[in-house]
Each structure stands twice: as C-alpha cells, then as structure tokens.
Design a protein around this ligand. Structure first.
Ligand SMILES: [Cu+2]
Length: 151
C-alpha cells in the first residue's frame, strides 16, 4: 500500500514537471511577458514623406540591460534599410514583428518598403557607440546615417 502511494506520488511530481515545462514552452509561463510590458518604446522614421534621406531621429541612446521596442516606419516613397550590425551584435533581439509575422532570433538589418512599419524588441547588452546607416547605394552618402549609443 505504501509503495503504491510512493509510486503514485512520484508519478504525480513528474507529470507536474512535464506540465510546467510544456506551459513554459508554449509561452504561458514566460518571464519575457513581464519584461515586454515594461519595454520602452522608441520611434524612428526611415526617411520622410518629402523624400529626405535621413533617419528621424538619427541619434539613439539606450541603457544596457533594459528592454526596448523600436517602432520603425517608412513614410517615404522609396525603400530603406535600418542597418547597424555592430549594434545588433551588441544587443539581444527578443523578436521582430512586421505585418502578421513575428521573427525570433538574431537580426542585423531591417528592410522597410514604402509605407511599411515594423517593431524590433531588443535588450542592448554591450556599452559602446555604434554606427547606423541605410545600405541602399547613395543613401548613407546623402546623409542617411546615425549613431546608436549603449550606456
Ligand atoms: Cu535609404
């Protein structure tokens, strides 16, 4: 009788662990959820309706270890890139959302077609000053550059 009870109890513990692991995997129990609520939103415009080749704003300052949500939009008549490989390497990307698609994992460059918007959620990790540029030929040279600082 005792052995039956012990077996039943350890089985229950195992089942509970499996259940919690599955919940975690499905995202029901996720520490990211709490952090997501406290993400600081920062807007950036790639170009403008007048067709100026600039980022608005073109200087960003982030605090290492905090969660940010960068809201990107392209109100201009042409395609632009938000490219800062060193900054991306110095940060931990949680996810990128664009349209109905959510991308998880490393991101190094975002392409926004005219009228497009995207959200990049990340945690800057390594302090430094990083260069931002649009990699469409001629755009960086025309002034489509910026600076991202992680403090
Ligand atoms: Cu551009």
């Amino acid at each position: 009788m005792m052995r039956w009870f012990e077996t039943w109890r350890s089985g229950l513990v195992a089942l509970t662990l499996i259940f919690l692991t599955a919940m975690g995997a499905l995202g029901f129990v996720s520490p990211a959820m709490a952090a997501q609520l406290s993400a600081t939103e920062v807007k950036v415009s790639l170009g403008n309706a007048a067709g100026e080749l600039k980022f608005f704003p073109n200087t960003f300052e982030f605090v290492a270890g905090q969660t940010y949500k960068l809201l990107l939009e392209n109100p201009s008549p042409e395609k632009h890139y938000f490219t800062s490989k060193d900054f991306a390497d110095a940060s931990w990307t949680r996810k990128v959302e664009a349209g109905n698609v959510e991308v998880k994992g490393d991101i190094r460059e975002l392409e926004l077609k005219p009228g497009a918007t995207a959200e990049w959620m990340f945690v800057p990790m390594k302090p430094g000053t990083y260069t931002l540029r649009c990699t469409i030929p001629g755009h960086a040279e025309a002034g489509m550059t910026g600076e991202i600082i992680i403090k």
